[in-house]
Design a protein. Structure first.
Length: 416
């Protein structure tokens, strides 16, 4: 059945209060997909214009829409969650219900386990947003003179320093303002902000470029961008919204790769324990380059919005493969970390465990042989306790976990 027809069928059943548990899970999954939003709008508007839904002068389409969405999720609409908008300019009655839709999605976890032979198993549970990882680590700002500041523990306001730099914490964000009071000898010296496991942070650089750092990452940058280029160095993962300045390109180096931009939005994932460096462009244009020592040459690719460059690590050397381009990466999955989610779509267990290690500050070890065709899919808030996530993963009956302090043992599932 085409997706449009399936959505209409499920919407009709929801209006009639006849969705089964399996249909409800599928309905919520379809609502979550960005490419389906226009289909949702078209079908809802068409359904609500039908005679049986508009035969009284007192009928309120907006109220019905909210009731449909709230009933589908069985969720408390007062929960504070991010908003995914369904708004298009031609639908004046839909924008107000955006928060209702995301409430459903935040309140419901869908989880499916696929084998690469298209065997499917699904389970659903309800999650709470009241817990956060128990982690005492800090986000550290190390200034050029060696001074360290635990920025996630200081109050909003000016951050005193011996460099004469204008550094503030504003609503939990560290802001580096361009300052004429900083010593000329220190403007080109570099500062570093570091997130440990289980921590993320948002900073604004002196040129107003904004950077979000994922867990176990760092960014090295100067107090002022005075040269012909704006250079920073990234380890781990970061999302950048670069202030446009055609006369001063912005350059990010990460694990031997160079990304050159004028002004754009992009994400770089360059953890040393991942199989590849992935640079994903959301807006604008970037040039991604890498040095190929074996051939003594520089290679580069230019990305368009919605594309991703990939350099796969060689298991035999410290070098990476030539750059390739993925023309249709899953942007929602790539940006899930910044949006406070874990999002897996047919993801291997080792990839999932690397994310778990970084966010929950755990050391993962494997015992026994896991199924080679194990791919897991699902969405859950990063504010959930690790035990909640592990319990859900075990519903596949393919993998089992033992948590011993900070050590997480992963093994094949054993029936009880």
């Amino acid at each position: 059945m085409p997706v449009g027809e399936e959505l209409r069928y499920l919407l009709e059943k929801q209006l009639q209060g006849q969705l089964t548990a399996a249909e409800r899970s599928r309905f919520l999954y379809l609502l979550r997909q960005p490419q389906n939003r226009l289909l949702v709008e078209d079908n809802l508007e068409d359904i609500l214009h039908q005679h049986r839904y508009s035969d009284t002068a007192h009928f309120d389409k907006q109220t019905l829409f909210e009731q449909v969405m709230q009933a589908a999720g069985d969720a408390d609409t007062t929960t504070e969650t991010p908003v995914i908008s369904l708004y298009t300019k031609t639908r004046k009655w839909l924008p107000y219900a955006a928060a209702i839709l995301i409430t459903i999605l935040a309140a419901t976890w869908y989880f499916t386990q696929h084998s690469r032979r298209n065997e499917t198993l699904a389970a659903t549970t309800t999650t709470s947003l009241t817990h956060s990882p128990d982690n005492a680590n800090k986000v550290l700002l190390t200034l050029a003179d060696g001074t360290q500041v635990a920025v996630d523990e200081v109050r909003d306001g000016n951050i005193d320093n011996r460099l004469g730099a204008n550094i503030k914490k504003e609503q939990g964000v560290i802001v580096f303002n361009a300052s004429s009071t900083a010593s000329p000898n220190t403007k080109e010296t570099y500062n570093t902000i570091t997130t440990t496991r289980g921590k993320q942070y948002h900073i604004i650089l002196p040129d107003k470029t904004e950077v979000w750092l994922n867990a176990a990452s760092s960014l090295k940058f100067p107090l002022a961008f005075n040269g012909k280029e704006r250079k920073v160095a990234l380890t781990g993962e970061g999302y950048f919204e670069v202030t446009k300045n055609p006369g001063q390109p912005f350059i990010v180096t990460a694990n031997g790769q160079t990304v050159k931009v004028l002004g754009t939005h992009f994400n770089i994932m360059a953890y040393t324990n991942e199989e590849a460096i992935r640079t994903t462009l959301l807006e604008g244009s970037v040039k991604v380059g890498r040095r190929q020592p074996a051939e003594d040459r520089e290679e580069s690719v230019i990305l368009k919005p919605g594309e991703q460059s990939i350099a796969v690590a060689s298991p035999l050397t410290t070098h990476h493969s030539p750059l390739t381009i993925n023309h249709s990466p899953n942007l929602e999955q790539i940006m899930a970390w910044k949006n406070g989610e874990f999002r897996f779509e047919d993801t291997g267990i080792e990839t999932i465990m690397r994310q778990v290690e970084r966010w929950y500050d755990l050391d993962v070890v494997y015992k026994g042989t896991l199924p080679s065709d194990l791919g897991l899919s699902g969405v859950i808030a990063r504010t959930e306790k690790v035990t909640q996530l592990l319990e859900i993963l075990e519903t596949t009956h393919k993998v089992h976990f033992i948590l011993e302090g900070n050590k997480l043992v992963v093994m094949p599932y054993q029936s009880k």
